[in-house]
Design a protein around this ligand. Structure first.
Ligand SMILES: [Cu+2]
Length: 191
């Protein structure tokens, strides 16, 4: 969809202390196409998975288990932001000339991997262009072993954060995962 290719990895931190998030945008978020005055693309975790035919509208609204509502997120007070408002808390995906964005990584202490209301597993990531939904992908659960097998057999480039905070790079495709619209979002569940 729209020639966007991106991988989002959410690795649980020990003691339920949120997640390490690693984002690789390999294609599609160019300055030429960016419509927002900031020159950035917003992105969020939405409550529902992607619909049939890569329908991003089917993902519903932002993940907001604590009912923060649509008040503007203050990045200096992330605990008061919607859990799913990743660009509000951590900054937008800033457009580049080529449309590829150097790897972004950060810790988000709000993200949860359990609990019917709060979990990010089974939900989706949506990228917006000045409000319009332009790409979306399901957040799938993945063991690290299965992830390694996937990355050993293809040609996409991704960075892997493991749950203990160590970082390693892996080259490979994610072709056997349910990649929607060229976008994959996944959770690494164990080392
Ligand atoms: Cu959104």
């Amino acid at each position: 969809m729209n020639g966007i290719e991106a991988n989002f990895i959410f690795a649980p931190r020990p003691h339920s202390d949120g997640a390490e998030v690693v984002i690789d945008v390999t294609k599609g978020l160019s300055k030429l196409l960016a419509l927002s005055p900031t020159g950035g693309y917003e992105y969020h975790i939405h409550v529902s998975p992607v619909g049939p035919d890569s329908d991003c509208m089917a993902t519903g609204g932002h993940l907001d288990p604590y009912k923060v509502g649509s008040v503007k997120c203050d990045a200096f007070r992330p605990a008061k932001c919607q859990e799913g408002d990743l660009s509000g808390k951590h900054g937008e995906l800033m457009a580049t000339e080529s449309g590829a964005i150097p790897t972004i990584s950060y810790v988000d202490r709000q993200l949860r991997f359990s609990g019917a209301e709060a979990t990010i597993v089974g939900r989706s990531v949506v990228i917006h262009n000045n409000g319009t939904r332009i790409a979306c992908g399901d957040i799938l659960s993945f063991t690290s072993e299965a992830y390694r097998k996937a990355t050993d057999s293809g040609n996409a480039r991704v960075a892997q954060h493991t749950a203990n905070g160590a970082q390693e790079s892996a080259s490979g495709g994610l072709s056997h995962t349910a990649v929607m619209s060229g976008m994959a979002a996944m959770v690494l569940t164990s080392l």
